[in-house]
Design a protein around this ligand. Structure first.
Ligand code: SF4
Ligand code: SF4
Length: 361
């Protein structure tokens, strides 16, 4: 078996000979109604290419890129297979043949030139938020929030302060965690980036991470590439939940909100109750989707899908918003990427820290 997939050979074999047990679970095949996007078909394609039974071609490359890495198939898998990780590794085979979808190749090219997927320097934004005095908690907002939605950082800092857990944006935030390299199958580059990034965390015994995608990459994916961090990674939501007893005593807003379990926070980090505890303090009614916690749906924002399959990713978000808030209520999530996806799907959505701020004010 070709080297990048050698360590995934067992998972590939289990999926190939599986009677498609998780067929209903994949948000991509459900949105596209295309059998070649089912977990089974994508894994079978990857195995055929790795074994030399099939050449890597455009069809095979498109199939292995039709995955958000949401982990929902794993929830229903009796073998605990993690197809998302295998399919991301298989993308390196498409890269090697020059057959990666253009949008994914462009994202990796931008990252290689500028150290993040946006091609912008993050230093000025981080400088703007830098705390003047040392703070108890160094906050790592994530490059997507730094570039696209700095108001969210204001919300997080305000809420943390009100909870008696003062935070300041840390200097290490000028670098991306490297997720786009990982999701795009540029795994040698990802490992090198991760090792360099780990060194920048030396000053921080503890790092509070706002974006669940970054938190999952740092605490779950880095160790798989033998990169050890000097910092204990905590999510913003677990720190805020820990400090809920110190939050001001205020009645919740008289509002109903549906809660979307972000894949990387829930399945990725096992944090289901912390964000719910926060949301229940902020609003009077919290709605649950028929499938929630480990079985919860995906917003379509991961795995570079918004770039490689934009229409499918928006359709995934549209479907998930309907699940979570069938009456058109606001969808609340702890993942900034998910919130953007719901917005792109034309649904009402709010970040968890933003609704907490509204409650406090
Ligand atoms: S992930 Fe598990 S349930 Fe899904 S196709 Fe593979 S082996 Fe079957
Ligand atoms: S990780 Fe998610 S998107 Fe990828 S194959 Fe599994 S269910 Fe589908």
């Amino acid at each position: 078996m070709t080297t990048p997939l050698a360590e995934h050979s067992h998972a590939l074999a289990m999926c190939t000979f599986c009677p498609k047990v998780c067929r209903f679970a994949c948000p991509v095949s459900e949105a596209t109604q295309n059998e070649s996007h089912s977990t089974w078909a994508k894994m079978t394609t990857a195995r055929q290419v790795a074994d030399g039974q099939r050449r890597m071609d455009e069809g095979a490359s498109n199939a292995i890129h039709a995955c958000t890495g949401c982990g929902r198939c794993t929830t229903f898998c009796k073998h605990d297979n993690v197809p998302g990780e295998t399919l991301f590794a298989a993308r390196s085979l498409a890269r090697a043949e020059g057959l990666q979808p253009q949008a994914a190749a462009t994202t990796i090219g931008t990252f290689t030139r500028s150290g993040n997927p946006f091609g912008e320097s993050l230093s000025k934004v981080v400088e703007h938020f830098k705390a003047e005095t040392p703070m108890r908690y160094p906050l790592f907002p994530g490059c997507s929030t730094l570039v696209k939605r700095t108001a969210l950082i204001d919300d997080a800092l305000m809420v943390a302060n009100a909870f008696g857990a003062p935070m300041g944006v840390c200097k290490a935030s000028t670098r991306c965690c490297g997720y786009p390299l990982y999701a795009g199958g540029a795994h040698d580059e990802f490992a090198a980036h991760a090792r360099a990034f780990a060194q920048t965390l030396e000053p921080y015994p503890e790092l509070v991470v706002m974006d669940p995608g970054c938190a999952h990459t740092l605490s779950v994916i880095y160790p798989k590439f033998q990169v050890k961090l000097p910092s204990r990674i905590r999510t913003l939501y677990e720190v805020l939940a820990d400090n809920l007893p110190h939050a001001p005593h205020k009645p919740p807003l008289d509002e109903a909100a549906g809660y979307h379990d972000a894949c990387h926070l829930g399945r990725g980090m096992g944090q289901y109750e912390e964000p719910r505890a926060l949301l229940r303090r902020a609003v009077s009614t919290v709605l649950e989707a028929p499938s929630h916690h480990a079985e919860g749906g995906c917003s379509g924002g991961g795995g570079l899908l918004p770039r490689t399959m934009p229409e499918a990713s928006v359709e995934i978000a549209r479907r998930q918003a309907l699940e979570v808030a069938s009456g058109g209520e606001t969808v609340v999530t702890a993942c900034p990427t998910s919130r953007r996806m719901f917005e792109r799907a034309g649904k009402k959505s709010e970040d968890l820290v933003s609704i907490l701020r509204r409650w406090l004010e």
